[in-house]
Design a protein around this ligand. Sequence first.
Ligand code: SF4
Length: 210
Amino acid sequence: MKCHGIPAPKKYPRVLDALVETVLSQNTSDSNSHRAYLSLRKRFPGWRAAAAARPRAIEAAIRTGGLAQIKSLRISKLLNLIARERKLISLEYLKKLSPERAYHKLLSYDGVGPKTAACTLLFGAGMPVFPVDTHVYRVCQRLGWAAPKESAENFQERVGLFIPPEQVFNLHVNLIAHGRQTCHPRRPDCGRCCLNIQCKYPHYSKSKNI
Ligand code: SF4
């Protein structure tokens, strides 16, 4: 997507950092979830201390991120599960697996769905796994890339097979930017859209409230 240029790289030092911030990003804005993540890291600089803490202490640290009670339980459970399974509270071992195996391993953790698993691997492990979030799904449905009744999960797993690995990061980040800046949920700005010609969606105009 030339209209959005080449996005700046966004990488986490460790895979687990990316997983926790992705859990925090569920159903809230990036700015809220990032604030909650920074507050959590300030309160618990090491994951072992967070795993040993009561979920209420995690909840207090992530309150600004929304759904703090649910997310604190989810994070506490994940950290303890990883600690029991691996001894070390770390997911760095996933980098040694194939993207497919790493993806399915993450999906086996309670509270980790397809989008969370894909974001964790893309941003935390630099693996070419394509996450389909609400913006990506909406834009791709309108473009006709996703079938009308295809679920976001199905689309994510299907489309991921066709994207050249070196394009996955840029395409994901640019589709999100496109969904936020142009292809809005209610009033897409089709007149100024760089994908206008190839789009299957009935273009929005001021006379038609599509
Ligand atoms: S033409 Fe309109 S509906 Fe299609 S991708 Fe662009 S903004 Fe979205």
